[in-house]
Ligand binder design. Structure first.
Ligand code: TTP
Ligand code: MG
Length: 383
């Protein structure tokens, strides 16, 4: 393996948190979500329940289930704890959801030369600190790592060492095993008799591009062969900080929507506050029931994480939105982010403010931290 990537994914995340915090729920089907199921534990999945189905439908299939409301703030805090544990192992990470991310473990492998051991220690470490289980996949790129983490879910791990192993594992699987193949793509491909990865592999690049368009055609052609050149992008997810909520039924109630939007804004503001970023721009997104979507943005003159500054942007934006129509989705996002830079300029250190030397300093710092944390993992393993 050249690069070695680990993908982790917490098991039934929201539901596991609720069970952890109320052990009486252990062994019972637990469903989280008010109108829509956000997730359910594996006991509930036995009844055919899954994310995104309505709670009403879920109750029909599993009337004895325990139905709980979401506590997103709690899940967010736990996610931050997990992420900070991971950042102690490597800075070459990409968090793609609250409970999921990629970690470049090439350096750890150089040190331990044992992937089973790394996966085992990683899962033990997460469990020790947050008392939640996760599944882990190790692969030679992001795609193989992500697919590997599903293999022994929940609470397991799997390793895909190379393209040969990848092709062997996926050949008889449904094409939806490839992340990003949604219902629409499945329907299009089904018209050509393409259901499994093997079917996909029988098609040429040109043929797939003819069916799916240039970019998607290449992506699926390569993915079917286990090729994925995407890099781990630490900052990718941080270019903006936002959230949005889709309502199950359209709502025409100005006071209610404004109140919900304000709660959502407060949640997003908290994430900004806890991050290393300052923001200049706030965007509010609204989708009306006729699917018309508007996005309105306003910017401050300077970067800020002052609540009142950003709240004033929020209030100005609300003025511009027509709340007399039925609304289906609302969201708030901070963008134009800049890292905090709190070093005080003084004559003594003014010579240091040289961009290149700053970058070298940072790189050295990260290398030192990574070395130190590899040692820490070593120490943990002995304890
Ligand atoms: P997932 O990782 O997709 O699901 P999961 O962790 O509950 O279950 P598992 O990984 O074991 O299959 O999503 C993580 C959390 O994100 C999930 O606990 C709830 C939330 N979520 C939603 O709010 N809406 C959704 O449609 C999905 C899929 C997840
Ligand atoms: Mg998960």
């Amino acid at each position: 393996m050249n690069k070695i990537i680990m993908h982790y994914d917490m098991d039934a995340f929201y539901a596991s948190v609720e069970i952890r915090d109320n052990p009486k729920l252990q062994g019972k089907p637990v469903i989280v979500g008010t109108r829509v199921v956000t997730t359910c534990n594996y006991e509930a999945r036995k009844y055919g329940l899954h994310s995104a189905m309505s709670v009403k439908e879920a109750k029909k299939l599993c009337p004895k289930g325990i139905y709980l409301d979401c506590d997103k703030e709690k899940y967010y805090e736990i996610s931050k704890t997990i992420q900070s544990l991971i950042l102690k192992l490597s800075h070459n990470v990409e968090f793609i959801a609250l409970d999921e991310g990629y970690i470049d473990i090439s350096l750890l492998y150089e040190k331990y030369k044992d992937l089973d051991y790394i996966a085992k220690k990683f899962r033990e470490r997460i469990y020790k600190h947050v008392k939640l289980t996760c599944s882990v996949g190790i692969g030679y790129n992001k795609l193989s790592a992500k697919i590997a983490s599903e293999v022994n879910k929940p609470n397991g791990f799997f390793i895909i060492h190379n393209e040969e192993e990848f092709k062997n594992y996926v050949k008889d699987k449904n094409i939806r095993i490839i992340p990003g193949i949604g219902k629409k793509t499945q329907e299009i491909l089904a018209k050509y008799g393409i259901k499994t990865i093997r079917d996909l592999q029988n098609y040429s690049l040109l043929a797939l591009q003819g069916i799916l368009g240039h970019a998607k055609g290449i992506q699926l052609y390569e993915n079917a062969l286990g090729i994925d050149n995407r890099k781990i992008e630490f900052e990718r997810k941080n270019k903006s900080i936002g959230n949005e909520t889709t309502l199950t039924v359209p709502v025409k109630n100005e006071i209610l929507i404004k109140e919900n939007l304000k709660n959502l804004f407060d949640g997003v503001f908290k994430r900004l506050k806890d991050s290393k970023y300052f923001s200049k721009t706030l965007t509010i997104k609204i989708r009306f029931s006729n699917r018309e979507t508007i996005q309105k943005s306003k910017s401050l003159r300077d970067y800020s994480k002052n609540y009142l500054d950003l709240l004033s942007l929020f209030n100005e934006l609300l003025e511009e939105i027509d709340f007399s129509k039925e609304i289906l989705l609302y969201g708030a996002t901070f963008s134009n982010l800049k890292e905090s830079f709190s070093e005080q300029l003084s004559f003594k250190n003014i010579n240091k403010i040289n961009k290149n030397s700053k970058i070298v300093e940072l790189q050295d710092k990260i290398k030192k931290m990574e070395k130190k944390n590899i040692t820490n993992l070593n120490r943990d393993s002995k304890s």
